[in-house]
Design a protein around this ligand. Structure first.
Ligand SMILES: Cc1cc2nc3c(=O)[nH]c(=O)nc-3n(C[C@H](O)[C@H](O)[C@H](O)COP(=O)(O)OP(=O)(O)OC[C@H]3O[C@@H](n4cnc5c(N)ncnc54)[C@H](O)[C@@H]3O)c2cc1C
Length: 421
């Protein structure tokens, strides 16, 4: 049984295609999400459907695979079952591939008002909110309220924060005056707030500096070495004493493992909330429960704090575990997981990206082309690849997009959507 059809779970199941095992995958969504392009859905650059692919469709031709739409509420290791929204289900071997969720570091007020972006519904909420606020700004009588509606603060200067703030700045530069007559480019402000002293801290120094330079050139206001203290829906307070009045705070400042309840013997690391696993991804304390991807933390000589929470690590752990599971079932020795770092890419608005691939560090247009190619090729399914390619092509030449739709009106206070509002 695999809980989670993300990068890790999907690749585990695919690698077991010809193995003499029965695979049951449970996921609370009936689709696999390509999270790296969520920010483009949130910015209306591409349609939500093009980054989500039905799990059943991925496995049409795999006879040893079945899937159920179910939310796993609890694992019961004492009788090898999981309790889910469709009842209790038995497993022989369990693989937890539940990914991660947004980490608000325990600040309930920020959690109430800031916008996370970890899945398709959240990206659509974010898209709705941005567009609703621009609509409200066009008719706002009070200049202070208009300024708050048009001030956007992205918290977290990792790849997601950098890409999101770059996309907001591009929206201001290319779309605002064209489509929102009456609103001025100068009225829309984009801030990027990061606790560390540089952006893209997991990348090379050169990539960090270039990202900062690219963002500054499109007027993103960057604040490093500061932390958000509070946000009440209007006033965002920062620990250097600064206060920004804004109706839009987008939280890309951290993630934590999404650990299902019930694994009492497992060690869940306090800072990252990831489950400690050994070098075969077996959850410490159990013999037939494994964890892979974002939810797992495997401490090795090269990665003492666990592997990075990125798609290649999840994919490789899924593929590697498939082989080890067969070794375990056949009573053969297992092989410790080895991670191959394929490099990191981050894009900053139109035509620009930064890339660290092994010892190669490069930036600019070529990095941007590579970023586009890698992302298109990594999407599940031909239709998604084609759809994203066409959307990007149209967007590139028209400098506009047709996906800026408020289909579900999002209320940030009640956290609900209301299509009629
Ligand atoms: C906005 C964003 C941008 C990113 N950009 C990049 C990037 O550019 N490059 C990169 O390499 N990585 C990027 N990442 C990280 C990458 O997406 C993750 O590392 C990867 O998705 C982890 O894969 P996973 O299989 O562990 O988890 P996920 O892909 O998160 O999948 C987990 C699955 O488990 C399911 N699930 C969770 N809990 C339950 C439950 N209790 N019951 C049933 N189902 C459950 C979920 O529905 C989901 O389908 C980004 C992440 C985000 C959020």
């Amino acid at each position: 049984m695999i809980i989670g059809g993300g990068f890790a779970g999907i690749n585990l199941a695919k690698t077991l295609k010809n193995a003499p095992v029965d695979i049951l995958m449970l996921d609370k969504h009936n689709y696999h999400t390509f999270q790296p392009l969520l920010y483009q859905v949130a910015m209306g650059a591409i349609a939500a459907d093009s980054i989500a692919f039905p799990i059943r469709r991925i496995f049409t031709y795999q006879d040893n695979f079945s899937y159920c739409l179910a939310y796993v509420q609890q694992i019961n290791p004492e009788n090898n079952t999981v309790t889910t929204t469709i009842g209790d289900v038995h497993y022989d071997y369990l693989v937890v591939a539940t990914g991660s969720n947004t980490n608000f570091f325990g600040n309930k007020q920020i959690e109430q008002f800031a916008m996370p972006m970890k899945n398709v519904p959240e990206a659509l909420n974010l898209r709705g909110l941005v567009l609703q606020h621009l609509e409200k700004a066009t008719v706002a009588q009070n200049p202070e309220e208009r300024a708050a509606l048009m001030t956007f603060v992205v918290v977290g200067g990792g790849p997601t924060g950098v890409e999101l703030s770059g996309a907001l700045a591009e929206m201001r530069r290319l779309i605002l005056q064209k489509d929102y007559h009456g609103l001025s480019r100068d009225d829309m402000r984009v801030y990027l707030v990061e606790g560390k002293d540089r952006l893209l801290a997991a990348m090379s120094e050169g990539a960090s500096q270039k990202a900062k330079q690219y963002l500054s050139a499109i007027d993103v206001m960057i604040y490093n070495s500061v932390h958000v203290q509070s946000y009440d829906g209007l006033e965002l307070k920062i620990d250097d004493g600064m206060m920004i009045k804004t109706r839009n705070v987008f939280w890309a400042a951290g993630v934590m493992g999404e650990v299902p309840k019930g694994m009492e013997k497992a060690t869940v690391l306090p800072r990252t909330s990831r489950i400690q696993v050994d070098e075969t991804n077996c959850v410490k304390g159990y013999k037939n429960i494994f964890a892979i991807g974002d939810v797992a933390s495997m401490s090795t000589a090269d990665y003492p704090n666990g592997h990075p929470g990125v798609a290649p690590a999840a994919i490789q752990q899924g593929q590697w575990l498939a082989k080890n599971l067969m070794h375990i079932i056949n009573n053969e020795p297992t092989e410790p997981f080895k991670y191959r770092d394929k490099g990191t890419l981050a894009t900053i608005g139109r035509n620009k990206a930064v890339a660290d691939i092994g010892k190669l560090h490069f930036q600019g247009f070529f990095a941007w082309l590579l970023w586009g190619f890698v992302h298109i090729m990594s999407l599940a399914g031909f239709s998604s690849k084609l759809s994203v390619f066409l959307s990007w092509g149209i967007k590139y030449f028209t400098k506009n997009s047709d996906n800026r739709l408020i289909i579900r009106n999002f209320n940030v206070v009640t956290r609900t959507v209301d299509p009629e509002q």
